[in-house]
Design a protein around this ligand. Structure first.
Ligand SMILES: C[S@@+](CC[C@H](N)C(=O)[O-])C[C@H]1O[C@@H](n2cnc3c(N)ncnc32)[C@H](O)[C@@H]1O
Length: 237
């Protein structure tokens, strides 16, 4: 009889992945946490300008996005759902902190105000613009196959479906906000899983409360990740 293989669940994978990402950013949190969260909290003032005043992301998700960008070092990011920009700026600050300022493209179909320029990473806003329009413009502007990280904090539209796989780099990460219950992150995953390109990508659930508390992050996060297996590897230490 062959030995029973070491099968790991997505829960095991998720715990290990977030531990690695948060450990890597621990000195940033200690050294620059107040400055980073100060800038992100300052974005709350933009609510006064919002045409559609809705939810933003909690502290733990802000840190998950910063740490993820700091770890993975994407050059080009696309985001659906700008609102007051906490997620966009957290990602852009993570890119800067990694020493590789890049480009972040972000759209919001309901809001039309500008974010302050807080990073060296260039944030290009598509205000009052749906995701299909942004993905179309990015494709026309030569970004096909070059987007390293996609943050979905809005609902995917039918028109996005042919464009998203074209835009993604071969080893992209798709970040799903609101990944719980029947919320939009879970709905977006269902849509992505039906697409040939993403059908076999791996899923990392959001970090657990216990993991976040270890880093002094008081609230929860619903940030999940979808990524190709080639992005996983083993190291000696
Ligand atoms: C939860 S808010 C985003 C919060 C933001 N990420 C932050 O950190 O402040 C979601 C926003 O995405 C917009 N949205 C949802 N689906 C979208 C789509 N397919 N294209 C463009 N904007 C979308 C909504 O109008 C809303 O303003």
């Amino acid at each position: 009889m062959p030995l029973h293989p070491f099968h790991l669940s997505y829960r095991h994978l998720s715990m290990a992945l977030w531990d690695r990402v948060f450990e890597n950013a621990a000195s940033m949190l200690r050294g620059r946490g107040d400055e980073i969260f100060g800038k992100l909290t300052g974005l709350e003032a933009l609510r006064a300008k919002a045409q559609y005043n809705t939810g933003s992301i909690p502290l733990a998700s802000q840190w998950a996005l910063f740490s993820l960008a700091y770890f993975t070092r994407p050059a080009i990011v696309a985001e659906v759902g700008t609102f007051i920009g906490k997620s966009a700026v957290a990602l852009a600050m993570g890119m800067d902190a990694a020493g590789q300022p890049g480009e972040l493209h972000t759209c919001d179909m309901s809001n039309r105000f500008d974010l302050p320029q807080l990073t060296q990473t260039t944030v290009t806003q598509y205000t009052g613009c749906g995701s299909t329009q942004m993905f179309t413009e990015m494709t026309e502007d030569g970004y096909a196959g070059r987007v390293d990280l996609v943050h979905l904090d809005g609902r995917l539209m039918p028109g996005d479906l042919p464009l998203l796989p074209q835009l993604c780099a071969p080893q992209a990460v798709i970040v799903l906000d609101d990944f719980e219950g029947i919320e939009k992150g879970v709905q977006n995953l269902k849509v992505l899983r039906n697409m040939e390109r993403f059908a076999n990508w791996l899923l990392a659930y959001p970090p657990t409360r216990e993991q976040l508390q270890r880093y002094g992050l008081p609230d929860g996060s619903t940030t999940a990740l979808l990524f190709p297996g080639e992005l996983l590897g083993f190291t000696a230490q």
